[in-house]
Write a protein that binds this ligand. Sequence first.
Ligand code: GRF
Length: 206
Amino acid sequence: MLLTTQAKRPRRIVVLVSGAGSNLQALLDADLGGRVVLAASDRAGAGGLARAAAAGVDTAVVTPGDCPDRAAWDARLADVVGAAQPDLVVLAGFMRILGAQFPQRFPTLNVHPSLLPAFPGAHAVPEALAWGVKVTGCTVHFVDEQVDQGPIVAQEAVPVKPDDTPATLHARIQAVEHRLLPACVALACHDRLAIHGRHVKVLPGD
Ligand code: GRF
């Protein structure tokens, strides 16, 4: 795929989190063919940071409030991530929009709780419920300069139940995310993802 550096395994993975970090935990627990070397957040209180620390993974916080402007935050985040020399960056519940240059510098995957291109943005689960869809799901995709629009690696459907609340539906989506995201990261770490325009091809394994 595009982990074209001559990196030796295990690949170095940086995970960006804003919240509880259950997807980060799934990555920490999985056999990825790579190693999470840094968890970074825009929020000092993000639960994901505690999960990383408990696993012996370095953590960093880059808060927009500590930066004079948006461009400075972009630059500082890119510096912190770059210092960890990642082969791959994973957005695992990272709730800020990255500068356009970020995915040009670092191959970056995101996990999103809907079947994109339906329901992009920060409120995908309540919006899917409000729309009345019968099926939603989750998407793992490469990040490009547009929000939730990059080439799709994998998707999995999750049925909506009549009595679902945003919380119950999101919990079932997350259970799928915890399987799908590590599987996609493992494919990337084994150089098995090839991007052709909007299309991501999964290459055969050894
Ligand atoms: C996930 O559902 C992800 O799809 C969305 O934010 C949520 C993060 O959950 N972008 P967690 O922090 O990994 O528990």
